[in-house]
Write a protein that binds this ligand. Sequence first.
Ligand SMILES: *Cc1c(COP(=O)(O)O)cnc(C)c1O
Length: 363
Amino acid sequence: MIPFLDLKQINVRHVEEIQKSINNVLHSGWYILGEEVRVFEEEFAEYCGTKYCIGVANALDALTLVIRAYGIGKGDEVIVPSNTYIASILAVSANEATPILVEPNINTFNIDPQKIEEKITSKTKAILVVHLYGQSCNMKPIIELADKYNLKIIEDCAQAHGAVYYGKKVGNLGDAGCFSFYPGKNLGALGDGGAITTNDEELAVKLKALRNYGSHKKYENLYKGVNSRLDELQAAVLRVKLKYLDEDNQYRAKIAEYYLKNIRNELITLPQVESGYLSHVWHVFVILSEERTRLQNFLLEKGIQTLIHYPIPPHKQEAYSDWGNLSFPISECIHEQILSIPISPVMPISHAQQVVEAINAFK
Ligand SMILES: *Cc1c(COP(=O)(O)O)cnc(C)c1O
């Protein structure tokens, strides 16, 4: 069996270091907002190239708090991609702002910059970009639009830790970058975790309060904040794993390159890399096929586990039935045809060979 993703294998590579870190936290007697979180925030900001990093409980909170900190709420509109994980859109709804969906480019799956301007109104406050599947969005035209209309750019980097766009890492391409450290992400904790990166000092200060009951100073509350903190334990684990992130991403790229070179089947469309080799960290490797269900079953029979990211587009979710019958044909087509094949930093090349052979044999 070739698993889609072997999380245990990913983590046990560093078992000694991780156990030592966990032990340090255990014996420190300090479990919330201590040295581990503080140092991880420093290290992750440095990694992303930003001035600040604020650890939070997960990426949904990261996105929700950034939107809130920018004062975006009822009556405001936020541009979001129609092809994304639902969390990007839930964060807008959570602030009672209106998500305005924009179709992706069919080849890269990321928001199509050409289609953004027509959706901008006097109510638009921000463009929330999602670097989906590990590939940075084409940011240049998006930054131009944000400048022209005075909009914030919020990056959902939950799938793209370490992706580089023209020399800058994601999380440092807009006003704020939101990361998830959910175990299956490129940088994954042993539980939930998240962070915001930014160069905006005012935002950073506000977020530090918002994540901690709205308090800058113990028992003094500036805002009606929330409890959304990154755990010391998770920060300690993340500090170990951050050291290996680039190496892991390079290995993912090697598998991806192998797939791109060797998968040859007219029933299958391969993903396209838009702005250079480093711009993609291959969180998932997705292929398109009109015969998706048959292909998935065929691969399963050959012992290859695949997943669908994602089976139902956000505008077709029951949770958003109040939107009525919206149509986003490109997103719908992607959701009908997409299939994620195995890729990970611990997947042997021999497994990738077996995946290629199986896919090429599909008729
Ligand atoms: C995983 C993910 C999220 C949510 O992350 P959590 O930490 O689980 O809240 C948000 N956006 C995208 C694109 C994701 O893949």
